[in-house]
Design a protein around this ligand. Structure first.
Ligand SMILES: [Zn+2]
Length: 339
């Protein structure tokens, strides 16, 4: 088969080439991939990968949607049905899996990180990671859905769920997770504020229902958010890290919560503990999403209530250009990859 194979670190290390066919182990099935999408972690895998157990060469890609090619006998799938892959091959036996909290699984193997990924003509994964889609599902949208929207879902609704009428600050709108957060927060009737260094992205977010935005290149975020929201937001979603952390904390109302799912500008901002305890703030991390959360997301997607915003689409063979687009500042939404 053909696949985007990561052979060495760096932009020249990921190439569309021949690779041994995806062969299913016991308990696994095979998907013929139609579409996938780029995520921040792909960039990390390409350029660094430290801390993620894997061996090169490896097929990249944490998203995959397509058609079942080989179904495990008795596994409930049938060849030809549309499906999306839940990227976390979870053990199903540890204390976290038994509690329905698969993203915390003690021996999780994530597609495209710890095992071969979805930027390929075929991918083998445990049958329990296959989620059937309706016959009329748009597979390109499905291929851009799982990682971005499921991550957003868990951040918003996972621990201390955002409520209708509450307010949320989404830091750095434009990336796939941030745009998904905007969509999902609007879906439940929450008030949404965004930040960006681009007035154009803020305008797009407002057109999608955000109440307001702050250009952090020009204005002080916390002051503007306190003004616009009337005293601070209930939740801040921050995947930017060190560069935005202080302003995100200051944008919260008393008792507010800050959720982090990334640290692209650095992992060690000042903790500002005095602010945290006096204002009784909550800070917690989030990554991925559970099977239960994915089922609810797929219900919403299947009914057409939320569709990923596709910024640009590329053939998988054009992976280098796709990465270039992913890394540009102008991106708004997902970079889609099709076979
Ligand atoms: Zn487990």
């Amino acid at each position: 088969m053909k696949a985007v194979v990561l052979e060495e670190r760096g932009p020249a290390g990921a190439n569309w080439r021949d690779f041994p066919d995806a062969t299913p182990a016991a308990g696994e099935s095979v998907l013929r991939v139609i579409a996938s999408s780029l995520n921040r972690v792909d960039l990390y895998m390409r350029d660094n990968g430290a801390g993620i157990t894997h061996v090169l060469p490896q097929v990249m890609g944490v998203d995959a949607a397509g058609v079942v090619a080989e179904a495990e006998p008795g596994g409930g799938l049938r060849p030809g049905m549309k499906a999306l892959i839940y990227s976390e091959a979870f053990c199903g036996k540890c204390r976290y899996c038994l509690a329905g909290d698969q993203p915390l699984c003690e021996s999780v193997k994530i597609m495209g990180e710890h095992r071969h990924g979805g930027f390929a003509e075929y991918v083998a994964m445990p049958t329990r990671c296959f989620f059937p889609l309706p016959d009329d599902a748009d597979l390109e949208e499905a291929g851009a859905l799982m990682t971005g929207h499921l991550t957003a879902w868990r951040m918003l609704f996972g621990k201390r769920a955002l409520q209708p009428g509450e307010s949320v600050l989404i830091v750095g709108v434009g990336g796939g997770v941030a745009v998904a957060c905007l969509q999902l927060a609007k879906l439940i009737g929450a008030r949404v504020f965004v930040t960006s260094s681009s007035d154009e992205k803020i305008a797009r977010a407002v057109a999608m229902g955000a109440e307001g935005g702050v250009n952090y290149g020009r204005d002080k975020v916390s002051k503007a958010i306190l003004d616009m929201s009337g005293g601070g937001v209930d939740m801040a979603i921050d995947s930017v890290g060190a560069a935005s952390w202080g302003e995100s904390l200051k944008s919260l109302r008393r008792g507010g919560r800050l959720v982090t799912c990334g640290a692209t500008t650095g992992s060690n901002p000042p903790a500002d503990l005095q602010r945290v305890f006096i204002r009784q703030l909550e800070i917690y991390g989030s990554t991925g999403g559970s099977v239960g959360e994915l089922r609810r997301l797929l219900d919403v997607f299947s009914r057409g209530l939320v569709r990923p915003v596709i910024d640009a689409r590329f053939a998988m063979s054009d992976i280098r250009t796709a990465f270039d687009r992913f890394e540009t500042g102008g991106r708004f939404g997902k970079v889609s990859l099709v076979v």
